[in-house]
Design a protein around this ligand. Sequence first.
Ligand code: SF4
Length: 304
Amino acid sequence: MERELILKLNTGTIYAQLAKSRKILVQGVEIMLHEGESLALIGETGSGKTMTARSVMRLLPSNVKQEGERICYRGEELPKGKKLTGLTGTEIVYIPQSGADSLNPSLTVQEQFQDGMRKNRIPYLKRRLKTDQILKEVGFSDPQKILSKYAFELSGGMAQRVTIALAAIGEPKLILADEPTNGLDKKATEEFFSLISHLFPNAAKLIITHDISVARLCDWAAVLCKGRMCETGSAAEVIGNPWHPYTQALIGALVANGLQETPVLREQAGNCPFYQRCPKVGERCKEEPACVQSGDRKCWCNRQ
Ligand code: SF4
């Protein structure tokens, strides 16, 4: 059976409006996600991953603008305003870097569950049972104990599990997770993936990460450098056999130094986002990077 296309995104241009100029943050990043699929958006800090994901929710900071974008959600243009608010927290869920950041600091976990139940129109008589059931599914053996807590009383791993539990009140079709396992150890990271796969098997999942070991757990990977797509394809292929010099550098730096920036070697010329740091630069690199494609695999580099 054909899987439903949940998200078809072209970011257009995302830019920061400065006093006399604009700084382009993301340019023409395209992503497609079908139900049940997961895609890791990989890149260093500042590569445009978060802006790309936030643009889907139309959650860009006030001085950041977007133009020329196409955001199709389940076959239709993603609505704005109240209609989008209605989808947020029900069909579309955003899991931020720190679970505690997504929780309301002035409400107990129970009060936040009540809000989520109301928003998802869960019948009043079913709420208590559903709350207990979800909290147990995310690993809280004594749900009543956690319900009375505030965000500041939860550890990072607990807050992340509460965030996932709140997402599970509805039936999300699209999950956007921004560095969801940052600060968690390997065991908690694996638990996070196992939980979201178990709780949301049919949701499309866009996972922002700079952690290659996290990206390996996804179906697809897309690599961003300075807001432009360098390479995309199945996560196994992109990580196992990277084509683009930038992806090669990211993976090469993985164990040794945790994705530290490669040094600047030369002045920028042309539009390749990795030109200044690329060790494989050649004469053709001053031209617009061409797309080399093989099946679902794409790479934008003039070296090939
Ligand atoms: S286009 Fe040239 S400079 Fe850019 S990544 Fe490819 S080889 Fe390096």
